[in-house]
Design a protein around this ligand. Structure first.
Ligand SMILES: [Zn+2]
Length: 116
């Protein structure tokens, strides 16, 4: 079972949300994906864990901002527009991963097909 709110403050962002063991690191957390992904398996309890709600919201907002940047670049025909397109695409992929590696708590995956 998942831990309740009383013990939550003692957990680091690399702790498994189900058993509380620190079984993740920045790399595995970055690769654990969002709530709608299968996530990574905790090596202690075997549950699938992903980055949580805050991370998912951040990613959505960030991708929207990058998309807006691309649209503005296109409409205004800014100089170096190809570089901006490539930079925005790379940032959409890399930034949420970096943020996931160092911020936000993990949550159990919400995908039913991830249950093992
Ligand atoms: Zn666990």
């Amino acid at each position: 079972m998942c831990l309740d709110g009383r013990t939550e403050e003692l957990m680091s962002i690399y702790s498994c949300p189900c058993c509380g063991e620190k079984t993740f690191n920045p790399l595995t957390k970055a690769l654990a994906g969002q709530l709608n992904s299968k996530g990574k398996v905790c090596s202690n309890c075997g549950k699938h864990c992903t980055n949580g709600t805050a991370s998912t919201i951040f990613r959505a907002v960030f991708c929207t901002a990058m998309f807006a940047l691309v649209i503005i670049t296109f409409l205004k025909a800014l100089p170096h527009e190809l570089l901006i397109y490539i930079g925005a695409l790379a940032a959409m992929y890399i930034v949420p991963m970096l943020i996931n590696a160092f911020c936000f708590k993990m949550e159990p995956t919400r995908r039913k097909d991830a249950a093992s």
